[in-house]
Write a protein that binds this ligand. Structure first.
Ligand code: CIR
Length: 256
């Protein structure tokens, strides 16, 4: 069960966020605010307490708080984003995390190691971490040592195409994983029950399970039906503006 969620209000500079899909256009700030507010409502309907941090104009991608930290029951790990323009986001997040964790239980990924939280998926006591364009081998090495100290296991998963691990694989509950593209056949996940997302709905592989429900992006009926058929209650929210800069549902929050 998650009790807490941290989110950050999108800033006006969101229009300058990093995008691998410039053909989708730039996010509309006003629309992003409306969608973000609906996202918070959806989270609250799942019984979590949402901490909303103010917008930070210095960092266009700063609403994607997931990338700044990995929060577990036993420790918080402050990341070191691989994207140059995002590195300063972690310092801004630290005071908030200090309100929830003892100083001694806050760890840090340090340069030359890089790691972004979007590359980390936690299933029980195992944390899968993507070796990606944003998370390097040194970052994973540091992460693994930290996790070992707290009794967690780390499994590295080399990525081939997607931005982050959770762009294409997300844990729903029990043994259920939502998988798309390169994750359909990866050996690391062969023992799971896989709900396969078709290429045409690949964006919706990034859903989040929050207590009694799965929050999914609006407009991906195939994924919604498949997740419902697996026995989950689904809540949908419109994420069109975040999608324009490669942001999904998980990226917008830290859940713990
Ligand atoms: C970036 O490229 O860093 C942002 N535009 C999108 C971050 C998405 N975060 C995530 O998947 N955890």
């Amino acid at each position: 069960m998650f009790k807490n969620v941290i989110v950050k209000t999108p800033c006006k500079a969101i229009s300058e966020g990093i995008s691998s899909n410039p053909e989708l256009g730039k996010p509309d700030y006003e629309k992003a605010l409306v969608q973000h507010a609906a996202y918070i409502k959806a989270l609250e309907s799942c019984g979590v307490q949402v901490t909303v941090l103010p917008a930070d104009e210095a960092f266009p991608d700063s609403c994607f708080v997931e990338d700044t930290a990995v929060l577990t029951e036993r420790c918080a790990i402050i990341s070191n984003p691989g994207a140059e323009s995002r590195k300063g986001e972690t310092a801004a997040m630290l005071p908030c995390i200090e309100q929830f964790y003892d100083k001694g239980a806050i760890e840090f990924i340090k340069a030359p190691g890089t790691l972004e939280g979007g590359d980390v998926m936690m299933i029980g006591e195992t944390l899968y971490v993507g070796l990606s364009a944003r998370t390097n081998a040194e970052g994973i090495e540091q992460f693994s040592k930290i996790l070992e100290k707290y009794g967690y296991k780390c499994v590295a998963v080399p990525l081939e195409k997607v931005l982050h691990l959770k762009t294409g694989v997300n844990y729903l509950g029990g043994r259920d994983l939502l998988v798309s593209g390169e994750f359909i056949d990866k050996s690391e996940f062969e023992s799971f029950n896989k709900i396969t997302v078709p290429e045409s709905e690949a964006y919706a592989a990034n859903c989040i399970r929050v207590n009694s429900a799965v929050i999914a992006p609006e407009g991906y009926e195939g994924v919604k039906k498949a997740v419902e058929a697996a026995g989950y209650k689904v809540i949908t929210v419109d994420t069109s503006e975040f999608r324009k800069i490669d942001g999904g549902l998980s990226c917008l929050s830290l859940r713990f």
